[in-house]
Ligand binder design. Structure first.
Ligand SMILES: Nc1nc2c(c(=O)[nH]1)N[C@H]1C(S)=C(S)[C@@H](COP(=O)(O)O)O[C@H]1N2
Ligand SMILES: [Mo]
Length: 377
């Protein structure tokens, strides 16, 4: 008699994956941690996005001074800490890939499709984020746009998945297991790996831990005048115009009086000193002591008051970061300077000589360097 190979039933498939951590309880705890991590990344990511691309009706406050440093630090360092969580979760649940029959019903098909979208979007966000902060632009698309839109797909899939799984998660997490199976040890191990990732990277934004930041792509304290440089004057193609003695700061647009100020004119204005961080979208941040003139003092000289929106333009010919807008809360803030000096010296060319913007609670990418014009819109 010929024996037919029996089809494997779901339980039997599960039986082939013998590790005791392919386990509902472990999966539930990791799922909750991932849910919190991705929601945090989503909210902090939206803050960063809308600070850079504010809708017409919204204006960001300029205080608290270090808010963006905090939210973007959470976004990037939290994202790095999520990588071990996601790896552990995928390892815990991957036997389900082989469940039989693969699709039991239309509903089951939808549910599985959703999980694939969720896994794909999660991997995409973490991998592209990691590559981006490592300055490895291995992807053919514009990172910011892809990362932004994928976040909605991820959060949508996550919310539906959480709603689907909620009853199961509650059941497994609320009841006491009969056997320990060392789950706690496994979960603590995963948390430990995430903790090590945080400890070895968070110093790139939390300066007291800078010495531990061995895994961080950028570490504070390096670069001219003790501060990191993202794009050098050479890379931006501004070495010529920035050093030109005929350089003038033009204040134009909807002003009462157009201004054209030389460096000496600017130096003759009341000089202020502020201690503010550059908080880069890539997660690193570093503080400096900047000195220069208040943007609002210069605008007042040009007869600008009220609710005008202002744009600072660099000497750069092109590039996405060549200019930035400065909304009233920011340009009116007494801490917002057209900086001429850093840490007691005239600005280094790579930090924006002759003149750069430095303002509180603002992404680094909007702290425009090598300013040539202030335009009132
Ligand atoms: N004109 C101009 N300004 C710029 C940039 C740029 O490419 N061009 N890069 C920005 C970015 S991404 C950051 S993080 C800060 C870095 O400032 P720093 O080099 O003085 O540290 O400058 C910002 N200002
Ligand atoms: Mo940046």
């Amino acid at each position: 008699m010929v024996r037919r190979t029996p089809r494997l039933k779901p339980d039997e498939v599960a039986g082939r994956f013998t590790s005791r951590w392919h386990d509902e309880r472990v999966a539930s705890w990791l799922g909750m941690a991932l849910g919190i991590a991705f929601l945090t990344a989503f909210v902090t990511g939206l803050i960063s996005h809308f600070m850079q691309h504010p809708p017409d009706w919204a204006q960001w406050p300029s205080r608290p001074v270090g808010l963006y440093r905090l939210t973007q630090g959470l976004h990037v360092i939290g994202g790095l800490a999520t990588i071990p969580l996601l790896a552990a979760k995928l390892w815990t649940v991957y036997p389900k890939l082989f469940q039989w029959p693969p699709l039991r019903s239309a509903g089951h098909a939808v549910e599985r499709g959703l999980v694939f979208v969720l896994v794909g979007a999660s991997l995409f966000q973490l991998v592209t984020g990691l590559l981006n902060i490592s300055y490895w632009y291995a992807f053919p698309f514009f990172f910011t746009t892809a990362h932004y839109w994928t976040s909605y797909i991820l959060i949508g899939a996550l919310l539906i998945h959480a709603a689907n799984e909620w009853a199961k998660v509650r059941r497994t997490v609320m009841t006491r297991p009969e056997d320990g199976l060392g789950r706690r040890g496994f979960l603590l191990g995963v948390a430990g790996v995430s903790g090590v990732v945080v400890l070895t990277t968070v110093g790139e934004t939390f300066t007291p831990l800078a010495r531990l930041a061995v895994l961080a792509p950028r570490r504070p304290g390096r670069g001219p005048q003790g501060l990191l440089v993202n794009r050098s004057a050479l890379a931006a193609g501004v070495t010529g115009p920035a050093r030109d003695p005929r350089w003038r700061l033009r204040v134009t647009g909807r002003v009462e009086r157009e201004l054209s100020l030389s460096l000496d004119d600017l130096r003759a204005l009341p000089r202020r000193s502020v201690r503010l961080p550059i908080a880069c979208v890539e997660g690193w941040s570093a503080e400096g002591t900047w000195d220069g003139v208040r943007l609002r003092d210069v605008l007042r000289l040009a007869g600008v008051d009220g609710d005008a929106r202002v744009r600072v333009e660099s000497l750069q010919g092109g590039g996405a970061f060549r200019s930035s807008h400065v909304d009233p809360p920011h340009w009116r803030d007494p801490l917002t300077l057209l900086a001429l000096g850093l840490n007691g010296e005239p600005l280094h060319l790579d930090h924006g000589y002759p003149c750069r913007l430095i303002a509180p609670n603002r992404p680094g990418v909007m702290q425009t360097k090598w300013i040539g014009a202030v335009v009132v819109e």
